[in-house]
Design a protein around this ligand. Structure first.
Ligand code: MN
Ligand code: MN
Length: 316
């Protein structure tokens, strides 16, 4: 298919049953070249940076499979993203399972043509380590980005066993490398046992705003969306670690923390990004081996991806 001449469409569920055909994200055509696309959906199947349970390398395949039930109209945001956008499944980054640095290089190399084609990359991980390389690729075009980061964890820790890159240091490295602007960065859903109050020293130094899970639960989603509004007026990256959601709603993840977002809150928060200029985004830390037979984490991640796509569509 020539993506520049027509909008790639998901397979019609009335002509081809939703459980048939090789799985792609949202049953879209697999188009390797991002030329002519508005949005490139990419898998990044790397989990060599996780510190606890692994398995997120299987995340892209799982989300492809579970996204086959995504229908084309977003009834909450009232938008048809596949009509507004040329979007396709651009396949996976061929990561290097035994090297974080070589994986970063592969991600940057694979996303360079996406960024050059001015397509918005929406990536499915993989563990949270991969986001750093996506931000590096995007920074070449956008400079420092604003950030909305949904997570149970701050991911601003420093070294792990002496090494600088793992899924808990992503946003510290991103600030150090000048990829994101701390004053235009908001974390949502932070909670759970941490090492000490000093875990937030970095946030204070760099102006990160933290919306803890208590803020979400006590003040509600609309008040959180109001806080996110201040990021309007410049390009923003949205990184969604699925462990922001409660393990009751998202058990299939590597570092679960009790007491998180419900699926409904998570969907509402992502819809609340409407009006922001999304330069890119990701859903990370989906670990299928822990997801159980209902695949509820995969279903939720698929829906979050559809909401991100819909937010991009509303920006066009
Ligand atoms: Mn996390
Ligand atoms: Mn994370």
């Amino acid at each position: 298919m020539d993506a520049s001449s027509e909008h790639p469409k998901p397979r019609d569920g009335f002509a081809s049953p939703r459980f048939a055909q090789p799985a792609t994200f949202m049953r879209l055509p697999h188009i390797e070249s991002p030329a002519g696309l508005d949005v490139a959906l990419c898998g990044i199947p790397f989990d060599g940076g996780c510190s606890y349970r692994s398995g997120a390398r299987m995340g892209p395949r799982h989300v492809r499979e579970q996204s086959s039930l995504i229908r084309p109209w977003n009834s909450a945001l009232r938008v048809h993203p596949f009509d507004r956008l040329r979007v396709a499944d651009c396949g996976d980054v061929d990561i290097v399972p035994v090297s974080i640095e070589a994986t970063f290089a592969a991600i940057e190399r694979t996303l360079a043509p996406v960024v050059a084609a001015r397509a918005v990359p929406l990536c499915v991980g993989g563990d949270h380590t991969v986001t750093l390389a996506v931000l590096r690729a995007l920074a070449r075009r956008h400079g420092r980005l604003g950030l909305v980061h949904f997570d149970a964890h701050p991911d601003t820790w420093d070294r792990y066993f002496g090494f600088p890159y793992y899924h808990g240091s992503t946003f510290r490295r991103a600030i150090e490398e000048g990829l994101i602007d701390g004053a235009r960065s908001i974390q949502v859903g932070i909670r759970g046992p941490l090492y000490g109050p000093e875990d937030f020293d970095f946030h204070r130094e760099h102006g990160f705003e933290v919306l803890r899970i208590e803020d979400v639960k006590e003040r509600g989603v609309p008040a959180m969306v109001e806080r996110l509004r201040r990021l309007a007026g410049g390009p923003v990256y949205c990184s969604f670690d699925v462990d922001a959601c409660d393990p009751a709603y998202a058990p299939g993840t590597g570092t679960p923390e009790a007491g998180g977002l419900t699926s409904y809150e998570a969907l509402g928060l992502v819809r609340g990004l409407r009006g922001l200029e999304l330069a890119g985004g990701d859903i990370v830390e989906v670990s299928p081996p822990y997801d159980g037979p209902g695949a509820i984490t995969g279903v939720l991640a698929s829906n979050l991806l559809f909401e991100l796509l819909s937010v991009v569509a509303l920006g066009r």
